[in-house]
Design a protein around this ligand. Structure first.
Ligand code: ZN
Length: 331
């Protein structure tokens, strides 16, 4: 069984698809690599962003539920997604975010790396971490994007999870540590703690391999809704490796789903013991399975079982911005 090779994608919830597209493409410079529907609810969009081709490790996806109520971040939930930006690009991003009228926090250093923190249109925390770490994948730079290559987001750096704070710190940490051991992460050492943040690493310290765990500051469990992260997916090489992981996790007493065909990858899902929904997704086949690299994200793509609903869905889904908005321009 091959080890997991980092974060594959993060999936979150948005309330307004057009605003979501404008923010993630126009401000952050990610490419919309797929517009499809939620396979469990085809009346709403599932939007995928990434680098120029949607390389695993660069992907952020949204279930866009029109008018969805704001969720509440709490224990048992991811609280933030962090992207890698190149060494030396911190100041450039501050200017860009300010130019976009975005309130951001110049948040200092985490594990010795400078980072900026801000919120997306639904209130989700997004961070840009300046790093010299390698990404565990080849980046396919999006040539037609609004962010020049020396500053472009390289992919996902890390995610942060909140676990219930316990009066018995060691039992809370035992829960937290369980997923690390079960998924083959390196357990944190003293140098993998920054304040009350503990960092688990999958692959030898590259960006894209980190899961940070912090004690929840909320008194209640989180509530799913707009602006919250739905799940975190980790990468596996192929179907046979995925089945081996499924078998191993079932033996370790996790409730694991059957393999689901997500068209662009195949997935299994389970909750880690702190309550966060995890997925293991295959690297293949990727986003060019149903449209060319050039055309990625330009048209509504449906799995074949929803093709009979196409005209109905096209009539009811909101129009998305046809081109990338330039920051500072009114859209
Ligand atoms: Zn997923």
């Amino acid at each position: 069984m091959s080890p997991l090779s980092g974060i594959h994608h993060v999936t979150a919830i948005a309330s307004d698809a057009p605003a979501n597209v404008t923010f993630y493409t126009g401000v952050l410079g990610l490419r919309l690599v797929k517009r499809t529907v939620n396979f469990d609810d085809p009346s709403s969009y599932h939007l995928y962003y990434g680098d120029g081709t949607g390389t695993p490790g660069t992907i952020l996806t949204f279930f866009a539920w029109p008018g969805a109520a704001r969720g509440q971040v709490g224990a048992g939930e991811p609280t933030a997604i962090s992207f890698s930006i190149p060494a030396g690009s911190h100041a450039w991003w501050k200017t860009r975010l300010a130019g976009a009228g975005l309130a951001f926090q110049d948040a200092g250093e985490r594990f010795g790396e400078l980072f900026l923190a801000f919120r997306d249109p639904d209130g989700m925390t997004v961070e840009l971490i300046e790093t010299e770490r390698a990404q565990p994948h080849a980046l396919h730079f999006w040539e037609h994007g609004p962010v020049p290559k020396p500053y472009a987001i390289r992919g996902i750096h890390s995610v942060t999870l909140a676990h219930a704070a316990s009066h018995n710190a060691s039992s809370s940490f035992a829960n937290t540590a369980a997923f690390g051991a079960d998924l083959g992460f390196q357990p944190p050492t003293a140098s993998d703690s920054d304040g009350n943040r503990r960092r688990f690493a999958i692959t030898g310290g590259d960006a894209g391999s980190f899961v940070d765990v912090v004690p929840s500051t909320a008194s209640r469990r989180g509530r799913m809704g707009a602006g919250t992260i739905h799940h975190i997916a980790f990468r596996t090489d192929d179907d046979s490796s995925q089945l081996a992981w499924q078998h191993k996790l079932i033996k370790a007493d996790y409730q694991v789903t059957e393999v689901m065909d997500r068209v662009y990858f195949r997935s299994i899902y389970f909750r880690e013991r702190g309550g966060v929904l995890f997925e293991i997704a295959t690297d293949p086949p990727g986003f060019t399975v149903d449209e060319s690299e050039e055309a990625l994200g330009s048209a509504l793509k449906l799995p074949k079982w929803y093709e009979p609903l196409r005209s109905q869905l096209e009539a009811s889904l909101p129009a998305l911005p046809a081109r990338v908005a330039v920051v500072g321009e009114s859209v």
